[in-house]
Design a protein around this ligand. Structure first.
Ligand SMILES: [Mg+2]
Length: 164
């Protein structure tokens, strides 16, 4: 059985970005277009999401219901989250790289080679997809993620009916 692909996902920057703030006036709302890109990647790759965000409901793996609602509001169901869905971020115990490494240690069935990390800051891990905090996760990043998962980036356009 192939290893589960994992997307380590930051929120502020990739999903909550200046573009969404300009459009909605909210600094908390998830970018529906970024979520659509992410959902497409997960549908095509089978990847599951593990949250690396520092937002309070994620501390020590708590309040999955709150986080799932944020995803649901942007059009993504909780089934896309890995059963162990959070790195349980604690700023007093290392940085994001260490949290990802710890999560992987606890899940020996997942290999670092089968992961992608999406963040607006640099994280020293393989397959980092670094976005900018102004525009967040865009379609170009879809290509990077698919390539990292050794899948055809042209899948973005598969099943799309040509209308011109
Ligand atoms: Mg961030």
């Amino acid at each position: 059985m192939p290893a589960t692909k994992i997307i380590f996902l930051d929120f502020d920057g990739p999903l909550c970005n200046h573009r969404v703030t300009a459009a909605t006036g909210s600094m908390e709302a998830f970018d529906q277009y970024a979520i659509a890109v992410l959902r497409k990647v997960c549908d095509l790759s089978g990847a599951k999401i593990v949250c690396t965000s520092t937002r309070a409901p994620l501390y020590e793996g708590g309040r999955k219901d709150i986080v799932a609602q944020w995803f649901a509001d942007a059009g993504m169901g909780a089934e896309y989250l890995h059963p162990d869905w959070s790195c349980r971020y604690d700023n007093t115990k290392g940085g994001r790289r260490e949290h990802i490494a710890r999560w992987l240690t606890e899940h020996p069935d997942c290999s670092i080679r089968d992961t992608v990390t999406i963040d607006d800051n640099f994280v020293d891990v393989p397959n980092l997809v670094q976005v900018n905090r102004y525009d967040g996760l865009m379609s170009g990043h879809f290509m990077q993620i698919m390539t990292a998962f050794v899948l055809d980036p042209q899948h973005l356009y598969k099943d799309i009916v040509r209308q011109i």
